[in-house]
Design a protein around this ligand. Structure first.
Ligand code: TXA
Ligand code: MG
Length: 354
């Protein structure tokens, strides 16, 4: 199948709506990441999403709708859901709510809940209105790879597997939506994102953050959100997070990079803008955004990981930040992308590459 990449003109949007109505896949921009969409009420179409991504069928999908009214036929919209939607939607928030019978089991892995999101991106909004269908859409990457924040990322992963990618330029946020389970009491953040726990607490009296957000699942533990079971967001290069006091982190990154070079392994250092000038210029650290402006880190993170793969890096040594505010979402993605591999620069080096 030939994959067209088109700017979101009125004609392209009509074409996209038609592909969706005919059971085909269309990738489209949202304010978080690009989505790989299909008609959520068409089982065969939804099946194509799993096939194209190589996604385990047990990992449920998010349903995208243009507004709260369009969510009503799909799920039970509780008063708490209403409150959150009024405060943060359209926007980077996904709510888990009790599903209604119309949802095919293939969409939500046969669970009793369904994930609902009202995206803010004008192209996503126009597409939802043009096709008049709820759109099931995961991130438009090959399963396990960093999520796509440009149409080119989608093309790199999925060319030939869908007829059309709507190109709306780079995504503003760069990390996937916050997933909040409203079937839990108190509501529970299963995946942190642009709507931070602090923001949720400005509307709700109580919110918990699932503790699996920052650690691997324990042996035998079941994932509250099936997506948390799988290695995620990962570049082809081995990613290692380096933590500790600032000078130690810098010294350890440079030492490990040099050690890797001795073994013929191309290694790159991923550092915050504020720290770049402190590195030895020969280390050629790569900027992952500003510590003072975490939104710049969120925006560029997945693109940087993809860029490092394209440049042939085999080892990535990455600085870390505090997991508060947007930092929680950033560290959640980084730890999973690194398969929880962390080097503590305050401990003596053991002489081996991590
Ligand atoms: O920002 C986003 O949310 C993007 C854009 C395209 O909207 N979509 C996205 O979808 O990130 P995906 O499929 O890559 O991630 C959805 C996450 C997965 O971790 C999945 O397991 C979880 O939401 N999820 C979906 N439905 C669920 C349910 N009923 N119960 C528990 N977890 C659910
Ligand atoms: Mg995903």
């Amino acid at each position: 199948m030939k994959t067209a990449v088109l700017p979101p003109t009125e004609a392209a949007l009509l074409q996209a709506a038609e592909w969706l109505q005919r059971g085909q896949l269309v990738a489209f921009p949202t304010e978080t990441v690009y989505g790989l969409g299909a008609n959520a009420l068409d089982e065969a179409a939804v099946g194509r999403i799993f096939a194209a991504k190589g996604r385990p069928s047990s990992n449920p999908l998010i349903l995208h709708v243009p507004d709260m009214a369009a969510a009503e036929p799909l799920c039970q919209v509780s008063p708490t859901a209403r409150l959150l939607m009024e405060a943060f939607c359209p926007g980077p928030l996904t709510l888990l709510l009790p599903k209604k019978p119309v949802i095919p089991a293939v969409v939500n892995g046969g669970l009793s809940s369904v994930a609902i999101r009202i995206p803010a991106h004008p192209v996503a909004q126009s597409l939802l209105k043009a096709c008049g269908l709820p759109i099931a859409a995961p991130s438009a990457n090959t399963s396990g790879r960093p999520s796509p924040t440009t149409a080119q990322h989608v093309l790199a992963d999925l060319e030939g597997k869908l007829p059309l990618i709507l190109d709306g330029g780079p995504c503003a946020l760069g990390l996937e939506s916050t997933v909040v389970d409203l079937t839990a009491d108190p509501p529970s953040v299963l995946r942190p994102g642009g709507v931070t726990p602090e923001m949720l607490l400005s509307v709700l009296p109580q919110v918990q953050v699932a503790d699996s957000v920052l650690r691997p699942l324990r042996e035998g533990e079941t994932a509250l959100s099936p997506g948390m079971m799988y290695r995620h967001y990962a570049p082809q290069a081995k990613l290692v997070l380096v933590q500790g006091t600032e000078e130690h982190v810098r010294a350890r990154c440079q030492a490990l990079q040099a050690q890797a070079a001795d073994q013929g392994i191309p290694a790159r250092i991923l550092a915050f803008a504020e720290h770049l000038p402190l590195y030895d210029p020969a280390a050629r650290p790569v900027c992952i955004g500003s510590l003072q402006q975490p939104e710049t880190v969120a925006q560029s993170l997945f693109a940087r990981l993809r860029q490092m793969d394209a440049e042939g890096a085999q080892l990535l040594l990455c600085e870390v930040m505090e997991p508060t505010g947007l930092g929680l979402a950033i560290m959640n993605r980084l730890r999973r992308a690194a398969s929880f591999l962390v080097e503590d620069a305050d401990q003596p080096a053991n002489g081996e590459l991590p």
